[in-house]
Design a protein around this ligand. Structure first.
Ligand code: NPQ
Ligand code: MG
Length: 374
């Protein structure tokens, strides 16, 4: 019977094509943790942990993810060599927190299992599309100039992106939105504050209502569901939650309390693709649109996200951009935009794997963990 024999962890250093500035900081390179789950038949499952190197977006960070994986999650979930993703999910659920680390381990096992079953992730999750509409997330220009913003957005519009998302924060909001809307009157446009506003900022957020935004994402701190519900009554732009949604239960609560009318699903943030599918199913039942978020993934994480975005409830374009949005060289064959869309991989598992020579060149650290000692 197929069982897991070994897990390999890799840290790779990926230079970004341009700095990415958000309300919580600026990133020049991406320090990415990759997992390779190798079975006794020599099949490899791959996954990417979306934690950043410092706890800016959430409390997780790469060093912490490596530690909790090696010391707790791997011993608790796969010590007997199981490649059943549901067993791995259930065992990890007894440990608290660390969704990004859990998502990475679950996905590596899921990919290995799907490859042994010769089945694609898209098929397993219930995909109904062969390609997905793509949007792009546009950082705050490092020089804080509207000209720089318009130049960057212009490149994405020319590349065919079907939706633009502007990162905002107090002082970089209404003027940026107005400039983009006046230049492209018809482009689908939305904003993301990454928690940068307060409950008192209703008026400034309402000042963006005239610009026909699809949504405003996570304006307030992640624990403030009531604040989001109160804000939703003060603005006509729909409120979408990202950081606040960490499970099916938080999604259900946010919807019931009218704190969100749209939900961003990021598999890393919610602990994996199984939980992501359940949140999708709940939102579909409740009539709440969802879209797939992004964490500057390499081709490994991107492939799986594109499969998820092919589910029926993903009715808004995701942050599933082309590889070239972030990286000059991706570690997998690059994802290339075709008429503003990415094709859903059809091969077994996530359908892609790292190119060995590129992975080798970018690796700054790696470790091997023997898992099955029956
Ligand atoms: C978001 N992503 O939706 C995030 C936040 C984000 C595409 O806007 C390094 C690693 C830098 C992950 C910056 C997008 C990051 C990051 C921003 C995630 O809120
Ligand atoms: Mg966000």
């Amino acid at each position: 019977m197929t069982r897991l024999a070994e897990l390999r962890l890799y840290r790779i250093d990926m230079p970004l094509v341009r700095p990415f500035r958000t309300s919580f900081g600026t990133q020049d390179t991406r320090d990415v943790l990759l997992l390779q789950a190798i079975t006794n038949d020599g099949i490899s499952g791959w996954a990417e942990c979306v934690a950043m190197e410092w706890p800016g977006y959430s409390y997780e960070y790469v060093d912490g993810a490596v530690d909790v994986l090696a010391e707790h999650l791997i011993p608790a979930a796969v010590a007997d060599g199981t490649i059943d993703p549901h067993v791995v999910h259930r065992r990890m659920s007894r440990l608290m927190g660390h969704p990004m680390a859990k998502a990475a381990l679950e996905t590596a096992v899921l990919d290995a299992w799907l490859r042994t079953e010769q089945r694609s992730l898209a098929d397993y999750l219930g995909a109904v599309r062969t390609e997905v509409d793509c949007g792009v997330s546009v950082g705050i220009p490092v020089d804080e100039s509207i000209d720089s913003l318009l130049e960057e957005v212009s490149g994405y519009v020319d590349a065919g992106y079907r939706r633009i998302k502007l990162k905002i924060q107090p002082g970089w909001d209404v003027q940026a939105v107005r400039a983009v809307r006046e230049t492209w009157p018809d482009i689908p446009l939305q904003t993301d504050a990454n928690q940068a506003y307060t409950r008192d900022d209703g008026p400034v957020l309402a000042a963006m209502d005239p610009y026909d935004l699809l949504l405003v994402e996570q304006p307030l701190p992640e624990d403030d569901l009531l604040g989001h519900a109160l804000l939703a009554q003060q603005i006509s732009t729909p409120v979408c939650l990202d950081e606040s949604i960490i499970s099916v239960a938080t999604a259900d609560t946010a919807i019931a309390f009218k704190a969100a009318s749209i939900i961003n699903i990021k598999p890393g943030r919610v602990g994996g693709y199984l939980e992501s599918r359940e949140i999708h199913d709940l939102c579909l039942e409740r009539g709440v649109p969802v879209w797939c978020g992004g964490m500057l993934e390499t081709g490994v994480g991107r492939a799986a996200n594109v499969a998820l975005a092919a589910l029926p409830g993903f009715t808004l374009p995701g942050d599933t951009s082309a590889s070239s949005r972030y990286y000059a060289v991706d570690i997998t064959p690059p994802f290339v935009l075709d008429d503003g869309r990415l094709r859903v991989p059809t091969g077994p598992g996530i359908g892609v794997e790292p190119v060995p020579a590129i992975l080798d060149e970018l690796t700054t650290w790696s470790a091997v963990i023997d898992v099955a000692n029956p």
